[in-house]
Design a protein around this ligand. Structure first.
Ligand code: PLP
Length: 220
């Protein structure tokens, strides 16, 4: 029999705690359960097991799925972990408690306008294209300082990155942590199912874990 969702959740939480202890950290790591493509029936057992933070990568999918769950469980925290189009900034600000994909000036401006209009101020992470991959979202390292400057009016709490696939992620996590320190930012959103323990050892304050909690996705 495949493991129950609550068992998977316990296993991931324990692995996070062990990684934090190995690194001599006191273990304040937010586990974000990335529920993209998962139906509400797959999410409910994790909520029942005490999981409070969830992540989605599409505004429209999240807007269809989450308002009912949040109405029933108002303590939940919803994170946007996928790329955000400027024309969806308003919907994103209205729905999410944190946005992990702030990566360009036009989006900074759209988010600032949406926050002014709604009065909501979700935590913002600036996403860095840490491996300088042409196809990937995130601001280039060389443009990070200017983007942070532009985002001074937003509640920026940290940096986020997805390292290149298929190679050792540790140097990329370490580099992201260094840049965050240099800019005086304490939040570090890094680490997914395959590498979250390494990310925690290198200072992650949020890990974004999907597959290890829900099993393999059909797509996406
Ligand atoms: C899908 C996704 C995750 C979770 O990935 P898993 O490998 O399933 O843990 C984390 N971060 C982002 C940005 C994602 O799109």
């Amino acid at each position: 029999m495949p493991p129950e969702p609550a068992d998977r959740l316990n296993a991931v939480r324990n692995a996070i705690d062990r990684a934090a202890r190995r690194a001599g950290r006191d273990g304040d790591v937010e586990l974000i359960a990335v529920s993209k493509t998962q139906p509400a029936e797959a999410i409910a057992p994790l909520i029942a097991a005490g999981q409070t933070s969830f992540g989605e990568n599409r505004v429209q999918e999240a807007a269809a799925k989450w308002p009912a769950l949040i109405a029933a469980h108002p303590h939940l925290r919803l994170h946007l972990v996928g790329q955000l189009q400027s024309n969806k900034a308003h919907d994103a600000v209205a729905l999410f408690d944190a946005i992990h994909s702030v990566d360009r000036p036009s989006l900074v401006d759209a988010l600032a306008a949406a926050m002014a209009a709604t009065g909501r101020r979700p935590d913002c992470f600036v996403q860095v294209n840490i491996g300088a991959e042409p196809q990937k979202g995130g601001v280039a390292l060389g443009d990070l300082a200017a983007l942070l400057d532009r985002a001074r009016g937003l509640p920026v709490v940290g940096l986020m990155a997805v390292p290149p696939a298929g190679i050792e992620p540790a140097p990329f996590f370490a580099l992201l942590a260094k840049r965050a320190r240099e800019h005086g930012l304490s939040g570090l959103s890094m680490g997914m199912s395959d590498d979250y323990e390494t990310a925690v050892e290198l200072g992650a304050t949020c890990v974004r874990v999907g597959t290890a909690l829900f099993g393999a996705r059909a797509s996406g």
